[in-house]
Structures are given as structure tokens and as C-alpha cells.
Ligand binder design. Structure first.
Ligand code: TYD
Length: 138
């Protein structure tokens, strides 16, 4: 069974060939959660850093369907992981209780597959608050 406490890369199927183009997809059985929400971000200037928050319960999968997204994740154990998403056939699973920092190439379109509906009360937007949770976890 997949360890849902650690971030990891997901390789999606890639159907097609260069002369025809490709399709990537997933079935819910192959995801670590059943999606409740999908959103996408785009036109993020390269000098803007997004994310900078954690979630109490939300789990996410990020996919750079175009361009490049650099995802830095700090887990509740305090370990840091970096993932470069630069291909539409891969994604990164972000567990609950992980701090994330997101940087984008100018042409990046980031799709997020989310385990829960939007809820502002699920966000931890203060790094100090997040650090307290890391300490509690020690
Ligand atoms: P946020 O999750 O902070 O963006 P990012 O992590 O990409 O920097 O969301 C940015 C704003 O959009 C925030 O005001 C909340 C709003 N928002 C919604 O209303 N619904 C949603 O599903 C999401 C993801 C964000």
C-alpha cells in the first residue's frame, strides 16, 4: 500500500506517439484519493512564489500540464523534498500537513487534483503555526 505520509512522484499513462500527439489520464482507482475538486493556475509571473501554506486535511496531486513547476515540500517530520514537474505525464502527490512552495515558468499551467472541497479553515497560512505542528510531532 502507498505511504500517504510522504510526497511522491506519480507517472501517468501516456498514450500516443510524436507524430500524433499524446493523451495522459488517470482512473480514480489509480489515485491515492477520490478527487472532489480540480482547479488550475496559469499566467503566474516567474518572480512570484505561490503556495506558502499547508493544509490540515487536504491531499493534492499537482501536474504541470504545460511548462515547468518547481515544488518544494516540507513534511510534518521536517524533511524537505523538491520535485520538478516538467512533463504532462507526471504529477506529485502532496500529503496532508505539508508546507509547499511553488515556482512557475512563464508558460506553466498547473492542474491540481484535490481530495476535498475548498475550505479556508483547512489552510495553515503561517509558517510559525506550521513549525509548532512539526515540534508537536517530534
Ligand atoms: P491559494 O490556495 O492560496 O493559492 P496558491 O497556493 O496557488 O498560491 O488560493 C488563492 C486564492 O484563491 C485564495 O484567495 C482562495 C481562492 N481559492 C478559491 O476560492 N477556491 C479554490 O478552490 C482555491 C484553490 C483557491
Amino acid at each position: 500500500m502507498t505511504d500517504k505520509t510522504k510526497p511522491y512522484l506519480i507517472n501517468f499513462p501516456k498514450i500516443g506517439e510524436s507524430s500524433l500527439g499524446y493523451i495522459s489520464l488517470t482512473e480514480k482507482e489509480n489515485l491515492p484519493f477520490v478527487p472532489k475538486r480540480i482547479y488550475w493556475t496559469y499566467y503566474t509571473p516567474e518572480d512570484v512564489v505561490r503556495g506558502n501554506h499547508s493544509h490540515y486535511e487536504l491531499e493534492q496531486i499537482l501536474v504541470a500540464v504545460a511548462g515547468k513547476v518547481t515544488v518544494t515540500i516540507i513534511t510534518i517530520e521536517g524533511t524537505e523534498h523538491e520535485f520538478i514537474l516538467d512533463s504532462p505525464d507526471k504529477g506529485v502527490f502532496i500529503p496532508k500537513l505539508c508546507w509547499r512552495v511553488l515556482k512557475y515558468s512563464h508558460n506553466a499551467v498547473q492542474m491540481c487534483i484535490a481530495s476535498l472541497e475548498y475550505s479556508e479553515s483547512d489552510y495553515i497560512r503561517s509558517y510559525d503555526e506550521f513549525k509548532k505542528l512539526i515540534k508537536k510531532n517530534d
